[in-house]
Design a protein around this ligand. Structure first.
Ligand code: BJW
Length: 238
């Protein structure tokens, strides 16, 4: 492998699939069980906050039953051992990269363990339910005490987090690697084109060819738990 100094890794739901977290668009995935318009848009939340809060409460609670897998661990190992720069940009709202030991992780679609106040805009660490209690009361925002918390996740039509930092990293990247994402959701789906136009080599690691596979210099198919450790060995061995 030629001299690689700056790597940007984009991860999606496929990297957490082997940990037991449902993906969105695979057979049996979350979007087969729930209508996107109902649970992943600001309009859906305005229509039926109880439904949306319950959906995210269920997914937050399920985090307690899952563990990082070999793919998360391999990226954390890379972060530790690589003597260039590595940024992990994840679309995932789980915390499995961090629990595997990775530190330089950016959650562009937010996090299940965070609450966003619709009144004051404060983001607060949150690992309890957000649905109304038996008295019909929703929890208070720790900053302004309004009962207006929502899941701190990015829904369709909303701006993903830290886009400036991501584009700055893409400008510097000499390798862009996309892992376990269908390439169906923008702006993340466009990163491969951006990175490539800016001069990076691009590699896809996914169970199957994604919607944007043709944009990558190389696409490898298989389980993240196998492909990612093997790729990390290649980078560290070079
Ligand atoms: C494995 C595996 C294993 C399985 N090993 N692999 C037309 C053109 C361009 C854009 C738009 C457009 N019309 C509308 C838009 C905008 C819209 C959009 O993209 N819509 C599309 C439907 C077209 N995007 C937005 O609204 C975004 N905001 C925005 O664009 O703001 C304006 C802006 C403009 C310019 C710059 C910047 C901003 C916001 C998108 C928010 C997405 N939110 C969600 C929910 C988050 C909270 C939650 O978790 O509930 O994010 S939707 C959902 O999809 C979630 C995911 O992060 C995201 C991507 O899914 P992902 O991770 O790719 O999962 P899957 O299931 O799709 O794929 C899994 C893959 O893994 C598969 O390929 C499997 O094969 C593979 N796999 N097992 C390896 N073991």
């Amino acid at each position: 492998m030629t001299d690689i100094r700056n790597i940007v890794v984009l991860t999606g739901a496929g990297i957490s699939a082997e940990s037991g977290i449902d993906t969105f668009r695979d057979a049996g995935g979350l979007w087969e069980q729930h209508r996107v318009e109902d649970v992943a848009t600001p309009e859906g939340f305005a229509r039926d906050p109880g439904l949306v809060l319950g959906f995210y409460d269920m997914r937050r609670a399920a985090l307690g039953d899952v563990r990082p897998n070999d793919a998360h661990r391999a990226l954390a190992r890379l972060e530790k051992a690589f003597d260039g720069k590595l940024l992990i940009v994840t679309q995932n709202v789980d915390d499995l990269h961090e629990r595997a030991g990775a530190r330089n992780v950016l959650h562009m679609h937010g996090e299940l363990n965070s609450a966003l106040c619709n009144i004051c805009g404060t983001r607060s660490p949150w690992n309890a339910p957000m649905s109304a209690d038996v008295h019909g009361q929703r929890p208070e925002c720790p900053a302004c005490e309004a009962r207006s918390l929502r899941p701190d996740v990015v829904w369709f039509g909303e701006m993903p987090y830290q886009m400036e930092r991501i584009y700055a990293a893409l400008r510097e990247a000499d390798l862009f690697v996309s892992i376990g994402t269908s390439g169906a959701v923008y702006p993340a789906a466009g990163f491969v084109r951006d990175a490539r136009e800016l001069g990076a080599r691009t590699l896809e690691l996914n169970l199957e060819r994604s919607e944007g596979s043709h944009w990558f210099h190389e696409s490898r198919q298989g389980r993240a738990g196998e492909l990612v450790p093997a790729w990390v060995d290649e980078v560290l061995g070079s």
